[in-house]
Design a protein around this ligand. Structure first.
Ligand code: ZN
Length: 142
């Protein structure tokens, strides 16, 4: 059962909502005050970011901070900390990307990269999604 009638995408859920931060520790303090705790904290080599996951029910907030990622550093410079992208979990990320390319969606990554938690990830261009940076995620199966 997938909640997207008429689409070839096998969409499962919102995996995470990512928030760009300059100072991970300061941000963690603020979220901790709201009762959210980090479970995973890692430097993601392929993205040149540090990522921290804070579970919220079946989903997560993800705090991301640049560790050599110029795009993210510029985002913070220009706009300050704030919402950065929404990540949707899909089944079969390669097929999802092929389908989206086929209907004219602009892809930032035409093939998946390895993201946080070892998952396969790929970004869609905000031009194709109404101004929101969207990430597709497929869980790494052990
Ligand atoms: Zn993400």
């Amino acid at each position: 059962m997938h909640g997207y009638v008429g689409s070839m995408l096998k969409i499962k859920r919102i995996d995470h909502v990512a928030i760009a931060v300059a100072d991970v520790d300061a941000a963690l303090e603020k979220w901790r005050a709201l009762g959210l705790e980090a479970t995973v904290r890692e430097v993601v080599a392929s993205q040149k970011t540090e990522a921290v996951l804070l579970p919220v029910g079946d989903s997560n907030l993800e705090l991301i901070s640049p560790k050599g990622n110029d795009g993210l550093a510029k985002f913070l410079e220009k706009r300050g900390p704030g919402l950065h992208h929404v990540a949707i979990e899909v089944e079969g990320i390669e097929q999802a990307l092929a389908f989206l390319a086929g209907i004219g969606v602009q892809l930032i990554d035409s093939t998946p990269r390895i993201g946080a938690r070892g998952h396969k990830v790929a970004f869609l261009h905000p031009k194709s999604t109404g101004g929101v940076l969207v990430e597709l995620v497929e869980e790494a199966h052990a």
